[in-house]
Design a protein around this ligand. Structure first.
Ligand code: GLN
Length: 487
């Protein structure tokens, strides 16, 4: 059952080949054998079973219509950054290890309303800061393609769980690549929508002007099904865009003949040979489908990482000031006074990377340094955005690698923050500009997946999903599963 795509599972459920409860129990059994990957922080079997029974009841009760909810009976998992009512929502941090969310994120409500089954909450880098999932209070996640390697981050648990077929799809968040980089490392498809397309209500904030939720799934078609449910205006999120959500699935089969695809030399510096080869093989596939390939300049790209590592820590230092040991989360033992309470609660409950970023961000925002760092970074951000606006006057989408190379070994980059930050060299610019971007699997090398990225114009997720789906009709990389999956 876990080998089927979401669309196939829906068909089987509607035909009665198996029930939502059977499908859910099948995945719950897989979760137990998949424990070694450490992809989940919390599993929610009781919730999953009650949701599955509800879906089945809607189908078989006499006089009631068959379940027609778009994801009725499909078992999914949520990154542990989305608030889930009555369930621990930790953001991968000791700070929130005891935090039971009092309400659901909008994304969770929408997926529940669509009939999806919640199997649990997935592991992640603490407060979504990281590119390897090694910054989690709950320990590193292992890549199902090679357990000695990282799954990417920060949505590493969500990506590993989908790749290992522990759930049909999952939710993730992407502030600087955290959906796309783990999707690439784990051989799956993930999309970061336009900033404001998916509600951030109930999604724990890291860097609010960059954070965006989106799905991780096995194919562009599955991602389209998930995004159709997740996207849409939410009056509770002031940055939510009030515009209708198109029929993503309906657009998947559009022809891409005549579509203009841009390649950009700035996105090919420092890539390994295997990734470069897979990029040019993909170009051949797109050409055979009638797409027109041309070169595009994005000269400010190399400034994206420095700008991001000022803006994101600055926003994180403000957002994380709410964790003070008073209202929720971790509180130190026997504080001597209020100052001691703040200081020790934060010292004891935040991990090293989070502390580092709070310090960098506070410094960048402090009087006397604001103009030199934060304002400058925002000016660079504007230039990056203008570069994309100019590029999308020439082409419809941009095709780049998602990462410079495949998944690296656990521990390989933990003592070298710059090498770790460079993992995001191709993904960060689209967050700074707010444009949508998608990662899809290309041909693996040495047994490890590689990922390619499509970036598109504002609100044009439909074209990205369409182009990736057309590629997946010609290739079968997205159908490969890791050896781990065999049992
Ligand atoms: N790896 C980047 C960081 O550490 C991006 C993380 C993200 O997208 N949440 O900030």
């Amino acid at each position: 059952m876990h080998k089927l795509s979401i669309a196939e599972q829906r068909q089987c459920l509607q035909r009665g080949d198996f029930s939502a409860l059977e499908l859910t129990q099948h995945y719950l059994a897989r979760l137990e054998t998949g424990g070694a990957l450490n992809a989940f922080i919390t599993t929610t079997p009781e919730l999953a079973i009650s949701q599955a029974k509800r879906v089945d009841a809607a189908r078989i009760n006499p006089g009631r219509a068959p379940d027609t909810t778009p994801l009725g009976g499909i078992p999914i998992a949520h990154k542990d950054i989305f608030c889930t009512e009555g369930i621990r929502t930790s953001a991968g941090s000791r700070m929130l290890d005891n935090f039971i969310a009092p309400y659901n994120a909008t994304v969770v409500d929408k997926l529940n309303d669509a009939g999806a089954i919640t199997l649990g909450k997935t592991n992640m880098d603490e407060f979504a800061m990281g590119s390897s999932n090694e910054n989690s209070y709950y320990g590193a996640v292992k890549n199902p393609w090679d357990p000695a390697r990282v799954p990417g981050g920060s949505s590493g648990g969500s990506a590993a769980a989908v790749a290992a077929r522990l759930c049909a799809a999952s939710t993730g968040t992407d502030t600087g690549g955290s959906i796309r980089q783990p999707a690439a490392f784990c051989g799956i498809t993930g999309i970061k929508p336009t900033y404001g397309r998916v509600s951030r209500w109930g999604m724990i904030a890291y860097a609010s002007s960059l954070d965006q939720g989106g799905p991780l799934a096995r194919s562009a078609e599955d991602a389209a099904l998930m995004l159709s449910v997740m996207a849409g205006y939410d009056p509770r999120d002031s940055t939510s865009i009030d515009t209708a959500v198109p029929d993503y699935r309906g657009a998947l089969n559009n022809s891409i003949k005549g579509l203009k695809i841009g390649l950009c030399s700035q996105y090919m510096e420092n890539i390994d040979i295997a990734t470069e080869r897979s990029l040019f093989e993909a170009v051949k596939v797109f050409e055979s489908l009638g797409a027109i390939i041309s070169d595009v300049e994005l000269s400010n790209t190399r400034h994206a990482i420095p700008a991001y590592y000022v803006i994101a820590p600055a926003e994180c230092s403000a957002n994380l000031s709410r964790y003070d040991g008073v209202r929720f989360g971790y509180r130190c033992e026997a504080p001597a006074d209020l100052k001691d309470l703040y200081k020790r609660s934060r010292t004891e409950a935040f991990g090293k990377e989070v502390k580092q970023r709070i310090l960098v961000g506070s410094f960048a925002l402090s009087a006397g340094y604001y103009d030199a760092y934060y304002r400058k970074a925002q000016q660079v951000r504007r230039l990056i955005k203008q570069g994309f606006i100019a590029a999308f006057q020439q082409v419809d989408v941009l095709l780049t690698p998602t990462t410079p190379g495949p998944a690296f070994k656990l521990g390989e980059k933990t003592n070298d923050p710059i090498a770790m930050y460079l993992q995001d060299v191709y993904t960060i610019a689209s967050n700074l500009a707010g444009i949508p971007a998608l990662s899809f699997p290309s041909n693996p090398h040495g047994g490890l997946p590689t990922g390619l990225q499509l970036m598109g114009n504002y609100l044009d997720e439909a074209t990205l999903l369409n182009v990736a789906h057309q590629f997946q009709q010609q290739t079968s990389w997205h159908k490969l599963s890791p050896a781990w999956e065999a049992p």
